[in-house]
Design a protein around this ligand. Structure first.
Ligand SMILES: Cc1cc2nc3c(=O)[nH]c(=O)nc-3n(C[C@H](O)[C@H](O)[C@H](O)COP(=O)(O)OP(=O)(O)OC[C@H]3O[C@@H](n4cnc5c(N)ncnc54)[C@H](O)[C@@H]3O)c2cc1C
Length: 292
């Protein structure tokens, strides 16, 4: 039997979603979107988002001549389905684009140099936000910091810093996106001296998935990544003595080399796989471990 009380409760519950989604106190991003728009085309995005973006921003569909370069990836087996590419000309556009995608239930993915090789990237289908135009690198010599936009590549950062007398852990391969590397930690030749790229970031400007911009300042303390480094250093010391701080990366292999032995494997460190911190000395000098 339905009592008046249970009827009121059931009725009240049925109303809850409506009340919530129309209430002025519920943030917009919690409102239910009752449809998923499947019709993402460059024309639609141009009409709806285009006028909110700064001059010089691009909106590219697959039939645009610039689309192949904008969506090209380092590894061709990684195949995100970029239905529309948006290339913002100013940092402030990022929040607008994210908000637009969120309002319309369009999945979005940031792309810079396209060196990401994670298989899950191939499951993406939606709007790619290409940050390649946001290449700003500004060095602040007095503070010993630099402000990077979303899209500089490692080579840009290395050169800009070097020209003003600075070095930092930046990653070793010039062609990789600096922020992509940083978001995964960021290995580089100077990491034995200064840690990962991530360790050196003091402030992030972040656009949240809901399109809100926030700034966050970080103070790296002992309980964070430094602890990981200490553990790694302890591991290196207990495993093989030390990893010289000036040696960023080295790749050794266990191989059969019949010119040395037909029955035993040998350990090989090819010279071109030793990534060392450059100094004025010739790189040959560095190949004596005691000098590193
Ligand atoms: C040839 C090669 C050399 C490499 N060398 C190094 C190295 O020396 N050191 C090292 O640490 N790693 C290295 N890597 C790994 C590299 O750091 C990662 O693959 C990195 O994710 C690539 O970033 P990207 O911008 O080039 O690629 P993308 O595929 O464009 O981006 C990679 C990921 O980061 C996200 N992303 C990129 N930029 C932003 C941003 N501004 N805001 C939010 N999300 C963002 C993307 O959405 C994507 O998920 C190398 C990879 C390759 C292929």
């Amino acid at each position: 039997m339905v009592t008046i009380k249970s009827l009121i409760i059931a009725y009240g519950l049925a109303l809850l979603p409506v009340l919530l989604s129309s209430s002025p106190i519920v943030p917009r991003y919690f409102h239910r979107i009752l449809y998923s728009r499947d019709n993402i085309t460059a024309t639609t995005v141009k009409n709806e988002l285009g006028r909110q973006l700064s001059n010089g921003s691009l909106i590219l569909g697959p039939d645009n001549a610039l689309y192949p370069n904008a969506t090209e990836r380092w590894k061709t087996r990684i195949t995100p389905n970029t239905r529309v590419g948006v290339q913002p000309a100013a940092e402030s556009d990022l929040a607008q684009i994210v908000k637009y995608c969120n309002d319309n239930s369009f999945d979005f993915l940031v792309k810079n140099r396209g060196h990401g090789t994670t298989d899950s990237l191939s499951t993406f289908s939606g709007i790619e936000i290409n940050v390649e135009m946001l290449k700003g690198v500004t060095v602040h010599p007095a503070e010993k910091t630099a402000t990077l936009q979303a899209g500089p590549i490692i080579g840009d950062v290395v050169n800009k810093l070097w020209d003003q007398g600075f070095v930092a852990t930046t990653g070793s391969a010039a062609c990789v996106g600096m922020m992509g590397a940083a978001l995964g930690g960021g290995h580089g030749r100077y990491e034995g001296l200064y840690g990962l790229i991530q360790d050196n970031i003091v402030h992030y400007n972040v656009v949240l998935g809901i399109g809100t911009e926030i700034g966050k300042t970080y103070t790296w303390t002992q309980d964070k990544l430094e602890t990981v480094f200490e553990a790694l250093n302890t591991f290196h010391k207990s495993a093989n003595g030390t990893t010289p701080p000036r040696m960023g990366v080295n790749y050794g292999s266990i191989v059969m080399n019949t010119s040395i032995s037909t029955t035993e494997a040998v350990l090989v460190w090819p010279l071109n796989t030793l990534a060392l911190v450059p100094t004025r000395k010739s790189s040959w000098d560095h190949l004596t471990p005691s000098r590193l």
